[in-house]
Design a protein around this ligand. Structure first.
Ligand code: 13P
Ligand code: SF4
Length: 331
């Protein structure tokens, strides 16, 4: 009996705490909306952000969509709720704007796996090759590239390059291997990867699919080859989102960062979405720890104090803009 009443008290405290934090989030969101108007700012958010940040976004989408938005918005300040390479891309595309990132440490394991100095040495071995870089890389890598791509347009970009040209693809070897299969082209790959998409467990996914025989398994092409081999559908975040809206199935096991489930559930309220399991049971590895560094509170202070701001060297802006503009032209 005593234990029971302790449980009730605990639950009551928990629900009071939940209510308090909900009220706090609503208040913060309202303040952010007001400040955004006052300062003539716009929020661009990636699908991997937390639901409360996605709800505040003026534009919500995948890497390609955010890059396109950055070229079109006319507000004075762009807040990029995503990671650093996305904020850098927005700055390169629209250098006259003030670009803010709520947490300056929101990096990316894939971008980090390709240091510019080493990449420079790597590409010097293939002087005739066209260099295609996946947008998930630093501004310096983009500046060393001929053309940029995202997971949405990667196939199209590779196919736009003449057949007689050698191609270096960096930094994601998993997306690179997928593109080799899709296009039949030989690509020289940089050995980089994303820690989130490499964390999925093949055995656990197979087991989960057995337990949910009607669920389709869908995956982002940053996942490893054995995972992609068993997928019913492979696509970028926006590709996966479009697929679940058009497809007739009622449930899906989703192998990409779990933030996308928020928009999937909103678009398909009658469907059931299961995040793909990861190898380490004690880790919430299907959440990108970099993406999740951004919080409502940090977003509020970022807008209020107009920092941290993204600043890039002019030469890097000019060089990387050529490669990004070529991508946007192909689209
Ligand atoms: P897309 O937004 O192109 O689907 O890429 C996902 C990703 O890894 C972003 O960090
Ligand atoms: Fe980088 Fe992977 Fe996080 Fe995307 S999900 S930002 S590729 S670490």
């Amino acid at each position: 009996m005593k234990m029971f009443s302790v449980e009730i008290k605990k639950n009551r405290h928990k629900s009071i705490n939940d209510q308090n934090s909900l009220d706090y989030n609503i208040e913060l969101s309202n303040k952010i909306r007001m400040l955004k108007k006052e300062k003539n700012a716009v929020i661009l958010s990636h699908y991997y952000q937390s639901p409360e940040i996605q709800e505040l976004a003026d534009y919500l989408g995948d890497s390609l969509y955010l890059a396109k938005c950055a070229s079109k918005v006319n507000q004075d300040i762009i807040i990029l709720a995503g990671v650093k390479f996305m904020a850098e891309t927005a700055k390169i595309i629209n250098p006259s704007k003030k670009v803010l990132l709520p947490d300056i440490n929101a990096g990316c394991s894939l971008a980090d796996s390709c240091p510019p100095y080493e990449f420079k040495k790597f590409i010097s071995n293939y002087p005739d090759a066209i260099i295609v870089s996946y947008i998930n890389c630093s501004a310096e890598i983009k500046a060393l590239s001929d053309i940029v791509c995202t997971s949405t347009n990667a196939k199209k970009i590779i196919e736009s390059i003449p057949l007689n040209k050698k191609i270096i693809f960096a930094p994601d070897k998993n997306l690179g291997n997928y593109l080799i299969k899709e296009t039949g082209r030989e690509l020289i790959l940089w050995n980089g990867s994303c820690m989130v998409h490499e964390a999925f467990s093949l055995d656990k996914i197979i087991q989960l699919a057995k337990e949910n025989p009607n669920a389709k398994f869908i995956a982002h092409p940053e996942s490893t080859s054995p995972i992609l081999k068993i997928a019913n559908f492979i696509g970028s975040t926006s590709g996966l989102l479009q697929f679940v809206q058009k497809d007739k199935s009622k449930s899906y096991i989703v192998a990409t960062e779990s933030g996308i489930l928020h928009e999937m559930q909103k678009k398909c309220p009658d469907k059931f979405f299961i995040p793909a399991p990861v190898e380490d049971e004690n880790c919430s590895c299907s959440e990108c720890s970099f993406m999740k560094l951004n919080t409502l509170e940090k977003l509020y202070y970022c807008l209020k104090e107009e920092k941290p701001e993204i600043n890039l060297n002019n030469q890097i802006i000019l060089q990387s803009k050529i490669a990004i503009d070529r991508m946007l032209a192909v689209n």
